[in-house]
Write a new protein. Structure first.
Length: 200
């Protein structure tokens, strides 16, 4: 995907590798996205950085008090997250932004390990149905008491497990934000709910 550059970024050297997670090492909230954006994280090397989805996310995290600035343009722009860690269900930019089941399963162990490391993070916000399903799939293997059948994704759905609460949220993709399916007030409500569950 790093060979297919957008004209606006033709001079940029794309990251073009699996994108690492980032955030506060003492995070109480995990945010799980879909996958790196082809011309965002795949270009900049940092999750949700350099595209419109990231613009929406970082503005919302700033408003909620989880970020020190309202935007993220490069991996070295000074953005710092507080109490939050961002990862994704898939670590490389998938063709047409549609990860396959094979990609999901290949990247699953990385997400599982992160969720083990961040066991103290009692709240997980899954951005989109793909991430929501993958989070519950992973937590099912960690004895968290995931119901069977697994709950279905919807915006605002809340799943209370043994030691975590999983919140479903529409992904801040242009497909959702340009059409009004996800509004800023809807997005802010999710982070406010996360803050309440975190006990702040």
């Amino acid at each position: 995907m790093a060979r297919e550059k957008r004209a606006a970024y033709a001079a940029d050297r794309y990251w073009g590798r699996p994108v690492p997670s980032f955030g506060d090492p003492d995070a109480e909230l995990l945010i799980v996205g879909l996958a790196p954006g082809a011309h965002g994280a795949n270009r900049t090397g940092r999750m949700f950085t350099g595209d419109r989805s990231g613009d929406w996310l970082f503005r919302a995290l700033y408003r909620a008090g989880f970020a020190n600035q309202p935007d993220g343009r490069t991996a070295h722009d000074g953005l710092r997250l507080s109490r939050v860690y961002i990862t994704a269900a898939v670590r490389c930019a998938p063709p047409a932004n549609r990860p396959t089941a094979a990609e999901r399963d290949h990247c699953g162990p990385y997400l599982k390990e992160e969720m083990e490391i961040f066991r103290s993070a009692g709240v997980v916000v899954a951005l989109g149905g793909f991430a929501f399903d993958q989070v519950l799939r992973v937590l099912q293997t960690q004895d968290e008491g995931v119901p069977h059948p697994r709950p279905k994704f919807s915006h605002g759905v809340e799943v209370t497990l043994a030691s975590r609460t999983v919140l479903g949220c529409y992904h801040p993709s242009q497909q959702n934000t340009f059409t009004g399916r996800l509004t800023e007030s809807m997005f802010d409500d999710v982070w406010e709910r996360a803050r309440c569950l975190m006990g702040s």
